[in-house]
Every structure is written in C-alpha cells, then in structure tokens.
Design a protein around this ligand. Structure first.
Ligand code: GLN
Length: 304
C-alpha cells in the first residue's frame, strides 16, 4: 500500500476519536483551538512528501521546541550540559517539582520543563539574541522565513505559568540557572510559543532522520553521534511519563507538545509529524499517539 493511502486510512480510522482528548487549557490561549483539527505529514530524506488533513495549518509547538533548544545547546555547550541535566526518564509529570527537590536541582532530562529551563539558560549564556537565533535556525531548517512566535500564546503562558516560574526559581536556588529566572522564563515561553505546521516540523526535524544533514542547505548541522544522542533521548524521555507505553505502541523516537503535535523520526528514512489538539492524561496528543501507532503498524516500519 502506498504511503499516501496509509495516511488516508489513518485519517479515516482516527476520526471517531477526535473529541476524546482534552485540550490544554492551563495556557488559556490554547483553549480555543478546534478539537476536530487533524493533520499528518511524512517527509522522506530523499525529498518525498505525503500528507493528509490540516498538515499545512500552524499550531503551537510547545514542548516540541525543546528539540531545537537541545540541538542548539549541544552545538554551543557540548558535553558540559550533562553536568547540569540528566539523561533518564523522569517517571513524573512533565511539570513536576518533587523530583527536583530529591535530586538537588538536577533535572532528570532536557525534555521535562525543569530540564528545558536549564537548556534555555545555557543558550542565553552563550548568545546575545538567543531566542531570535533559535527562531532563525528553525526557519532555515524548514525553509520557511515566516515562522514566528505566537506572542498571544507567550503572553498567556507568562500570565498563568506559575508552576514554571516556581520551577525556575527553585532551579536558581540550587545554582542550576546562571541567568535571572525571569529572563530564562521569558525565553522559554517564547520558544514554546513558536507556531509551525506539520510540514514545517517535518522539515525542521528531518536532520534527525538524516544523520545530521539539514534538508534545505544540505549542511551537516550536527555529528551523526549527536543525532544518535538526541534520538535516544526522544525515545527515552520525549513523551513524558507515558514514554514506555508510547515506545511500546509507536516504536519511534518522538517528541510531543501540549499544543497536540508529535514529531517522530525513522533514522535513514523520514520524519513524521501529527497534530490533533486533544491530549491524554500524560499531556500527549491522544489521537496523535493513536495515529502514529497505526502508522508504524500498517507500514511495518519502526526502529525495531
Ligand atoms: N509551555 C508548556 C509548559 O511549560 C510546554 C509543556 C509541554 O508542551 N509539555 O507547560
């Protein structure tokens, strides 16, 4: 069966589930996204593109941005980052504070909020225009110069993100932030607010499927080994405390966000992005997870 036909079958199979998830309303600006939105795209390393539904509509990428901040921090900081952030699944909610106290302010991994705040701090320490640099990297990777922050979403989280604020000050109390917590939070809320489509996210993450080669420029932006590190972290920590069940069902390194997007990569072959805003209890897209499970089942393609 062709890849396009498989995506069409997935779209038809998940349609009855579209209202089962819960839209993230703790960031008020996200609450107004229609729950019936569904898009899915596949971009192959040799330039083929397949898509169904709302794959061209932009949505709030939220924690998927942590893929790009980690990429930049690894480029800037090399292995020094790992003195400040771990590489283990957390087994706790993505925004949990408890583990941080027990583990003396060293977040379990760079994809939970505490770890992502430290990664953002690293970038801020290296760059004067950290957040614009990050946006420019994402624009260059996807070949889309109009990609931007959604300032309404950033402001909405700035106004209500008390838990993230507590976390940043908590990290500071353990000397695990070098910059002013308010500056780190502002940068974090901005990168989470990036608005991108499934197509754009596929392009921007294709280097992870192509051993570090960026799709538009053809440049090596990371070593093959660094790509291995990021993909491994996606598999073990990219989908929060549901990561074990997610890996069992989907079998691809993946990163999700509370905007309902999930990016996954198949090394050597393709990147795939799905978007459906209703979330499950762990904060992963309910239909997105299901769609990826059906995708790897029907294609027979997973890293296993
Ligand atoms: N900006 C969101 C937050 O910090 C990102 C969380 C997510 O997508 N899991 O809560």
């Amino acid at each position: 069966m062709s890849m396009q036909r498989i995506l069409e079958e997935i779209r038809d199979e998940v349609r009855p589930l579209l209202h089962q998830g819960t839209i993230a309303s703790y960031i008020p600006e996200l609450a107004s996204v229609p729950p019936e939105r569904f898009g899915m795209a596949v971009h192959t390393v040799d330039g083929k593109v397949f898509a169904v539904g709302d794959a061209g509509l932009r949505f709030s990428i939220q924690s998927i941005s942590k893929l790009f901040t980690l990429t930049l921090a690894m480029q800037l900081d090399g292995d020094d980052l790992w003195a400040r952030v771990g590489r283990e699944p957390s087994g706790n909610a993505f925004n949990s504070l408890v583990q941080l106290e027990y583990e003396n302010g060293k977040p379990r991994n760079p994809f939970i909020n505490a770890g992502a705040l430290v990664v953002t701090d690293v970038i801020l320490s290296h760059l004067d225009n950290a957040i614009e640099t990050l946006r420019d990297i994402v624009r260059a990777l996807s070949g889309e110069p109009t990609i931007d922050f959604d300032l309404a979403v950033a402001r909405s989280e700035q106004a209500t993100g008390h838990r993230n604020k507590a976390m940043a000050y908590f990290l500071k109390s353990f000397q695990n932030l070098d910059n002013d917590p308010e500056k780190v939070l502002d940068a974090y809320f901005h990168h989470c607010s990036l608005a991108m489509s499934c197509h754009e996210l596929c392009q921007a993450s294709l280097f992870l499927a192509n051993y570090g080669v960026a799709p538009v420029s053809g440049d090596f932006i990371m070593t093959t080994n660094q790509v291995k590190y990021i993909n491994s972290l996606m598999l073990t920590s990219g989908t929060y405390d549901a990561v074990g069940d997610f890996a069992y069902r989907v079998g691809l390194p993946s990163k999700s966000g509370v905007g309902g997007g999930i990016v996954a990569v198949m090394p050597g072959q393709f990147s795939v992005c799905v978007w459906s805003p209703g979330l499950d209890a762990s904060g992963n897209s309910l239909v997105g997870t299901k769609a990826l499970e059906i995708f790897t089942t029907k294609t027979g393609i997973s890293i296993f």
